[in-house]
Design a protein around this ligand. Structure first.
Ligand code: KG4
Ligand code: ZN
Length: 339
């Protein structure tokens, strides 16, 4: 049995979790900074870093208390060392390194994207290889995951990330941050066929994405039809996103199956993967190609420390340990060849 403490501070959630090699989340604690950033209408990196610093120690204590565990049971400490808002990343990684030094424990550096990429393996027996659609506030990528640390990027966004598009469109519609959950809730009451919004890159070869044009189209629609029901705009936007993601994913499935004819799973992970309409659509895309969709439960899609502890554990049991001068980085692609 291996027990890993995970720490996540790369964006606007401060989180700690204790996860073991039996896939048990022994305990976790999470503090959202949504309220701290609300007055600014977006995440302020400096505010984020200070907020992480003020709550992290208490969150770690709370995690140990909830688990009824002590430091002596921990085998390794894992923390996100990038990519993300660098001030926050430094807070979490430095806390983890200091704890590792003080407790004489190994330190494991985790790429935040690898946390998302491996998160479905924390909840079930998901074998490699799989095709991954990684959709979050900062990223929108299709990757082949061949093993821990072995990623091939098939496509990425040419402009905005998909979560960013949800957040910007929500702002246009007067909805609160984060925009994804707000749009999803409103879209349930709307008609997604009412407005014919563009499906960026649909029908084109390749696996890249683009969402900036769709966001602009929503802005024009709001100006042109000021009396339109917000729910109908939200539903039409979500339908366009689903269509675009489905189209790009179909292209990626072909490339994945060329390379791995016996591949069985399409995985969707990252904050936007919490969206049930998108999950339903992707489940259909997967089924038509003879694949099964695997997606972590919504609480493990959005940023959390359990996925960081788990990715750290997956690396640790394969022998990974990082030195205490290991760098933090704002950018850190999973597939170094695609940098
Ligand atoms: O993975 P995540 O928590 O943080 C990053 O690593 O970026 O993703 C956050 C993003 C936000 O843009 C948020 O609006 C989006 O995920 N999101 C959703 C939903 N829940 C969160 N987007 C669509 N539908 C949702 N239900
Ligand atoms: Zn994330």
């Amino acid at each position: 049995m291996t027990l890993v403490l995970g720490i996540e501070t790369s964006c606007d959630e401060t989180a700690a979790a204790l996860v073991d090699s039996d896939r048990r989340i022994r305990a976790q604690a999470l503090a959202s900074q949504v309220r701290a950033h609300a007055p600014y209408g977006g995440i302020v990196p400096e505010v984020a870093a200070r907020a992480h610093l003020s709550v992290l120690e208490d969150l770690v204590r709370e995690t140990f208390a909830r688990a009824g565990a002590g430091w002596e049971e921990v085998d390794a400490i894992a923390a996100t060392t990038g990519p993300g808002l660098i001030g926050g990343v430094i807070v979490g990684a430095t806390f983890a390194k200091a704890a590792a030094l003080a407790r004489d424990l190994p330190f494991v550096a985790v790429n935040h994207l690898e946390g998302h990429a491996l998160s479905p393996r924390l909840v079930g027996d998901l074998p490699f290889p799989y095709l991954l659609l990684l959709v979050s506030g900062g990223h929108c990528q299709l990757l082949i995951v061949e093993d821990v640390g072995r990623y091939t990027r098939l496509g990425t966004t040419l402009d905005d990330a998909v979560g960013e598009a949800f957040d910007k469109v929500a702002k246009l519609l007067g909805l609160p941050y984060p925009g994804g959950p707000a749009i999803e809730a409103l879209a349930r009451e709307g008609d997604g066929d009412l407005f014919d919004l563009p499906r960026p890159l649909k029908g084109r070869p390749g696996c890249d994405f683009s969402f900036a044009g769709l966001k602009t189209a929503v802005r024009h629609l709001c100006a042109k039809a000021p009396d339109a029901r917000v729910a109908d705009i939200a539903a039409s936007f979500q339908a366009a996103v689903a269509d675009s993601l489905a189209d790009r994913t179909r292209n990626a499935i072909r490339l994945f199956l060329d390379r791995h004819p016996h591949g069985k799973h399409l995985v969707v992970a990252g904050g936007v993967a919490a969206n049930s309409a998108l999950r339903a659509r992707l489940s259909d895309v997967a089924a038509r190609a003879g694949l099964t969709l695997a997606a972590p439960p919504p609480a493990l899609c959005t940023d959390n420390a359990a996925m960081i502890a788990w990715a750290g554990l997956e690396r640790f049991v394969r022998g990974a340990r990082e030195p205490l001068d290991y760098p933090c980085r704002p950018r850190w692609p999973l597939d170094a060849r695609a940098a």
